[in-house]
Design a protein around this ligand. Sequence first.
Ligand SMILES: O=C(O)[C@H](O)COP(=O)(O)O
Length: 247
Amino acid sequence: MGTLVLLRHGESEWNSKGLFTGWVDVGLAEKGHQEAAAAGRMLLEAGLQPDIVHTSVLTRAISTANGALEAAGLSWLPVSRSWRLNERHYGALQGKDKAQTREEFGDEQFMMWRRSYDVPPPPLADDDPLSQVGDPRYATLPPELMPRTECLADVVVRMLPYWYDAIVPDLASGRTVLVVAHGNSLRALVKHLDGISDAAIAELNIPTGIPLLYELDDAFAPRVPGGRYLDPEAAKAAAEAVKNQGR
Ligand SMILES: O=C(O)[C@H](O)COP(=O)(O)O
């Protein structure tokens, strides 16, 4: 039951530089702003009018939602934000160049940190300039929930409560829901929706700025596995580029 649209934020400043980002709060690159507006136009052209928007608490997702909604004439929509939709915390890799990391540690270790299900990167020290410990947006987060690093399994665990407690009720009430989040928090949600195995999820990459439409049944399961990108060809090419980052 319900129509769900997933949207990864547009290209960020650090995406364009090839840096691991995680919880570091960077803005959108100019291309990312253009992708956000294009996503809004795609929603319009597809006749998709969300009733509510859910975003992470990171600027790149918030700015993407704002840009898409403005382009669709929907800036007035109610929005709910949660840290549970944040990108995975990339630990000590935050701020590091992906290609240099691959070079320094080798392909296997690079892919283990980047795309394994249950192997997190080394933790980020609380006194590191790129740490989010002490960031006021997490002031109400119980200390034991504040990550210093995450693997995808960790993201699934902290994202699902928001899916069940915030997003599913909106879907159950018949609302069309737009979720604007990040490559790995959306990989975690897609893994849940499509029942993708811990091994197979390593092959899934999500492009920036292209809406992914899921029509859900009464059990909130996809009627079409994998959903449908509003621009399938562009999504396929962009997902391949995400896969090859760091090469
Ligand atoms: O946080 C980041 O670095 C990116 O947004 C996601 O990076 P990944 O596709 O390398 O996991």
